[in-house]
Write a protein that binds this ligand. Sequence first.
Ligand SMILES: *Cc1c(COP(=O)(O)O)cnc(C)c1O
Length: 387
Amino acid sequence: MRCTPEARAAALRDIDDRNLRRRRTPAEDGRVNFCSNDYLGLARDPAVAAAMAEAAQRHGAGSGASHLVSGHGAEHEMLEQELAEFTGRARALVFSTGYMANLGVLAAFAGRTDLLLADELNHASLIDAARLVRSPRNHWYAHGDAAAARALLDAHAASSATADAAAEAGAFIVTDGVFSMDGDLAPLPELAAAAQAHQAWLVVDDAHGLGVVGATGRGCCEHFGLDARAVPVLIGTFGKALGTFGAFVAGDDDVIELLIQRARTYIYTTALPPPVAAATRRALRIVREEPWRREALQDRIAQFRDGAARRGLAVMPSSTPIQPLVLGSETAALTASHRLAEAGYRVTAIRPPTVPAGTARLRITLSAAHTPQQVEGLLASLEAAVS
Ligand SMILES: *Cc1c(COP(=O)(O)O)cnc(C)c1O
């Protein structure tokens, strides 16, 4: 694109012509929010906010440097130990964002000669991470298709056996745990079996599973009973159920040690502010000690799904707080979103390229902080908004 006012205006006109202009509305717009990722109501929890304020008094607002220079403090260290314990892994490493964790992991472990297999509906940050690796052997397998991933690994092994150059090449399966726009779970046991059969890495981004999925909220690995051997690289984020900001990678000692040595998005960035680490520790404690939040969330999910079925609303099959209603065209999704806004509910229309063309949708998310009355109100308005 040329640096001219005309070129910029034309680019924006093109976005408008396709009904793809994205707009920001203030988070505090007074509407009941049914599109945040604050599944347990921790983003505005007074105890979490107090932990942040107290740590700010004690440690200051910022970390002052990257982790390897002088930014790594006691709050980070304790948070990492607690995350390791929580996920049942030997060690955890705090990253500044999930986006950076995903870029860092793949760039640290995957090389240009490695085979990289990724679910076609993976989060944008995993897509970008795969692009960064630039392996000519990147493959996107059909959503949730573990058999396809396995077949690609089998073929890779067969060809590596004959080609010397590829003998050392590794392979990666990379997937969301809970898919962020569909709410379904990846077939992790099958992917883990395929990966283990070929000494391939299984990298799971459990941003939406952590705190929510599994009997005690430890995520998709708990749900499926998968340890660090089955899922050697587990990524989680703090900006979803934990209600704060940041991310981590959990794995065995050497996985984490290699990341400290090699992950450029870990090394060359300022460490998370200590108050954010302190708030995240408090949130993690609430996840452990207050199972009622997960129970309330499950009640709201069941209530929403029952109500939607009774009203003939075809929400996608999902057992998680992410309950998408696919409407197809960008216009249909935008219109429904505007009608819901008029009725007092905030549900953003999700459009391509965030989701595949023709599957624009309302991505409704539920939270333990919602009341049954709010869910009833949403259902009634939803029925009117899409009719
Ligand atoms: C939100 C999200 C991320 C990005 O995490 P941030 O900490 O917000 O950068 C990565 N992966 C998935 C699946 C996500 O939903």
